[in-house]
Design a protein around this ligand. Structure first.
Ligand code: S3P
Length: 427
């Protein structure tokens, strides 16, 4: 689907509550299904990816009711899941694929996982290798690197495993697998990644410990159904934070936004670049959340790398656009993982932004962006990636010329109402 954006001389003003956090929404279905009793989730993200997770669990016999953005999951414990009669289709969702693999690895039945064209290119050996070491039988193309994947789960043994990548999906898959064992599984992260799985284990009445970058998961735990309020996704809020920071005379307030410190790298970057951003935390029982206000201001370039990368990995496309408006050269490094996201995001960001006049260079592990540049109109492509699509729509706010975006339907993966929210704050 093609969308033509013709924004002339706009400024942005108003309040937005972005939809629920994608990572937390996926996990709420998974823990709700594995717990005993009923779990009610409010603020659930009804995006395509999370709907794929719901669909997979329904096919394994879990009853899940939907009522707007509230879902109710009738969990029956680990033993309550049953062998699906059909193939599990994960659509475009890497999180569903990888976390599901960890859950299925310890269940005594056979499943086949498929997804879309993008999923078929995403590396799965990082997950299937350690799961096979723990005792799961997994087969797939190129020695279990790619979907379709067939899993026959069974009894798993503990593992002490150092993750070769700072990946929350990989970490979470191994945490789920560790829950199926008798003893303690130890996982070592190279850098701290988002900890929603760990938070949710505790919320559902379980335990998990951490010392430095080592995580200890005890097996044979049982969980009890809960009420979960999903905060807004900071990765979706990021598009409005950047729009508010760069579109002249703008001011936006984002409320009920998740502020888990493993996810707030975007706020650090905005502050480092000199943006006018104010964060007000609210007290909550579950994941941290609050209000973030952003006002337009002149920005300077920054350096982004190391431990900051996992804290903003999904925000790099929109940060690249931010950097095109800042004075100086912004360096993004240590971000090779961008090459194996929904698309190769180093190529996609550099290629698509260059079409709009950005001065941007791809590197082996990131991007160099020279600013400030006045962007112009043009014809661009989401390349089937929701975050590239939304970034290009924000870029369209910065030019008086027409921007035509191909493949906007991809945005439905994480933010189905993106354009109506955007239009609600355009003056
Ligand atoms: C996610 C982890 C990250 C992130 C993805 C969601 C998660 O992926 O990019 O959008 O929910 O655990 P990696 O674990 O591959 O870094």
């Amino acid at each position: 689907m093609i969308k033509t954006l013709d924004y002339k001389d706009v400024k942005l003003s108003g309040n937005i509550r972005v939809p629920g956090d994608k990572s937390i929404s996926h996990r709420s279905v998974m823990f709700g299904a594995l717990a005993n009793g009923t779990t009610t989730v409010t603020g659930f993200l009804k995006g395509d990816d999370c709907l794929s997770t719901i669909d997979c669990f329904r096919k394994m016999g879990v009853t899940i009711e939907e009522n707007g953005d509230t879902i109710v999951i009738h969990g029956k414990g680990f033993e309550g899941l049953r062998e699906p009669e059909e193939i599990l289709n994960v659509g475009n969702s890497g999180t569903t694929t990888r976390l599901l693999l960890g859950i299925l690895a310890g269940l005594p039945f056979h499943t086949v996982i498929i997804g879309d064209e993008s999923i078929a290119k995403r590396p799965m050996k990082r997950v299937t290798d350690p799961l096979r070491k723990m005792g799961a039988a997994i087969d797939g193309r190129e020695d279990s690197q790619y979907t379709p994947l067939a899993v026959r789960g069974g009894t798993l043994s503990n593992i002490h495993y150092t993750l070769p990548y700072a990946s929350a999906q990989l970490k979470s898959a191994l945490i789920f697998a560790g829950l199926h064992t008798e003893g303690v599984t130890t996982i070592v992260e190279p850098e701290k990644t988002r900890d929603h799985t760990e938070q949710m284990i505790k919320q559902f009445g379980g335990t998990i410990e951490r010392s430095g970058n080592e995580i200890y998961v005890k097996g044979s735990q049982s969980f009890v159904g809960q009420t979960i309020d999903v905060p807004g996704d900071i990765s979706s809020a990021a598009f409005f934070l950047v729009a508010g920071a760069v579109v002249k005379k703008s001011k936006l307030l984002l409320h009920h936004v998740g502020l888990n410190p493993t996810r707030t790298g975007i706020i650090d970057v905005l502050l480092n670049m000199g943006a006018d951003v104010v964060v007000e935390k609210e007290s909550t029982q579950g994941e941290p959340l609050g209000k973030v206000t952003i006002s337009e201001k002149e920005l300077t370039a920054t350096q982004i790398g190391g431990a900051l990368i996992p804290r903003l990995i999904d925000e790099i496309p929109i940060i690249a656009l931010l950097a095109t408006q800042a004075q100086g050269t912004t360096v993004i490094k240590d971000a090779e993982e961008l090459k194996v996201k929904e698309t190769n995001r180093i190529d996609a960001v550099a290629g698509e932004l260059a079409k709009l006049g950005a001065n941007i260079e791809p590197t082996d592990d990131g991007l160099l962006i020279h600013g400030p540049t006045k962007l112009h109109g043009g014809q661009v492509d989401s390349r089937g990636d929701h975050r590239i699509g939304m970034m290009l729509a924000v870029a369209a706010l910065l030019t008086d010329e027409v921007v035509t975006i191909e493949g906007v339907e991809a945005i439905g993966v994480s933010y189905p109402q993106f354009f109506s929210d955007l239009e609600s704050v355009i003056l």
